[in-house]
Design a protein around this ligand. Structure first.
Ligand code: SAM
Length: 390
């Protein structure tokens, strides 16, 4: 595509692109790009004129270029259609255990800015960048062609689109979308809402981890699911015959989990409270648990916020270990790539000291396969977890 405008990058960016990193930051561009309209495709070159990739450009964003291809090829509607088809085929094996999964995960499927989730015949889509917005028609046509969905809901992120200079309307953009959608994951029923739910609707990325953790749960166990959202982990516990106590601060999450408990014909205790207050109070009661899940939201959205986030997680895990029965297990997750597996293990070591309990690491966990971890894109390794026994 030699007719494209050229963006020249410095040595550091060249090295990153040669290792298939998909972003070029504004301060890595060495030529004047003020004449390039935002959203246009560009050819990325090194300072000697060597080809590095093709991406779309938006100088409103610090991430000024997002790469679509590392090869000199035509980025046509057919190209986008092929990428979508490939991403859909990649998820086919998940159909054996669920009817809800992420179909397209942005950079990790080489479709930067595009997220598509499948929920039992319905799709939730996010077109979060100007560059991908330009392909809206082909994206929707391909999704309809390959999946024949009952409806598509636009859940694009207003905050990110604003940076890109785009307005956002969350609405039904194809067919009809039910207010509540029933999904089944490993035989467990969940009701979720594309229209009301947090994030893109449901925490699909924890699917594999919910199953791994459930292998450690025994009938009659006392289980605490803190930051429970729709009750993912705790519902697996109820299925295993555990007594589960769910805790979340969000009224929406509380009504979802309450509904999901009924949907599975189970009973459980549900508390709407701040998790930090809850974990402080639990220390003063004599409640002890066999299984504790601590799955907080991303406390550290930036590197700067890591310090406070680590402090908060140490507090949660220390208290978790203190209220754990002998040989109980506690799972701690971080869904911010600023707090990865090494940080989680450091947090665990400090919490071990603070709670005066030696811990065994049973599992090191990451997101399920529909949220691929691409080695070349460090941010794609954003969800990490540990399961400890003490
Ligand atoms: C990552 S989600 C949990 C996902 C859940 N474990 C699952 O598998 O579906 C984090 C949850 O923490 C809740 N939350 C955020 N801040 C909280 C706080 N201070 N106290 C309690 N819950 C909180 C959010 O409402 C959200 O439901």
């Amino acid at each position: 595509m030699s007719n494209l405008k050229k963006v020249v990058v410095g040595k550091e960016s060249k090295e990153k692109l040669e290792k298939f990193f998909t972003w070029v930051y504004k301060n890595e561009i060495v030529n004047d790009i003020s004449h390039i309209p935002n959203g246009d495709l560009v050819q990325i070159k090194d300072q000697n004129g060597g080809f590095l990739g093709i991406g779309y450009c938006n100088s409103n964003s610090e991430i000024t270029i997002r790469v679509l291809s590392f090869y000199d090829e035509n980025i046509t509607d057919d190209f986008i259609d092929e990428r979508i088809k490939k991403a859909i085929l990649k998820r086919e094996s998940l159909q054996a255990c669920t009817n809800a999964y992420r179909l397209i995960h942005s950079e990790a499927d080489l479709l930067p800015g595009l997220i598509v989730d499948y929920y039992n015949g319905y799709l939730g889509v996010q077109l979060n960048t100007l560059g991908i917005e330009k392909y809206r028609k082909v994206i929707l046509d391909s999704l309809v062609k390959y999946l024949n969905p009952k409806g598509i809901y636009d859940k694009s992120e207003a905050r990110v689109r604003k940076i890109e200079g785009l307005e956002t309307t969350n609405e039904i953009i194809y067919g009809e979308v039910a207010q509540n959608i029933d999904i089944v994951e490993n035989g467990i029923q969940f009701s979720m809402s594309l229209i009301e739910g947090q994030k893109t609707g449901f925490y699909l990325d924890q699917r594999k981890n919910r199953q791994i953790v459930s292998q450690y749960i025994k009938s009659g166990d006392e289980m605490l699911d803190v930051f429970c959202n729709a009750g993912g982990f705790g519902l697996y516990g109820l299925e295993k015959g555990a007594d589960v106590h769910f805790v979340d601060i969000s009224p929406n999450a509380i009504s979802q989990v309450t509904h999901n408990i009924q949907l599975n014909n189970k009973e459980a205790k549900v508390t709407k409270q701040d998790a930090f207050d809850f974990m402080t109070n639990e220390i003063t009661t004599s409640n002890l648990y066999n299984v504790i899940i601590l799955d907080p939201p991303p406390f550290a959205k930036t590197k700067k916020e890591s310090f406070g986030a680590i402090k908060g997680m140490k507090f949660l895990l220390t208290n978790g270990l203190k209220i754990l029965k002998e040989d109980g297990i506690v799972a701690l997750f971080s869904c911010s790539h600023h707090i990865g597996i090494n940080e989680l293990l450091e947090i665990a070591l400090e919490a071990s000291k603070n709670s005066k309990k030696m811990v065994e690491v049973l599992e090191i966990l990451r997101a399920d396969s529909d949220h691929p971890y691409i080695l070349n894109i460090p941010n794609s390794n954003y969800l990490n977890g540990i399961v400890l026994k003490a």
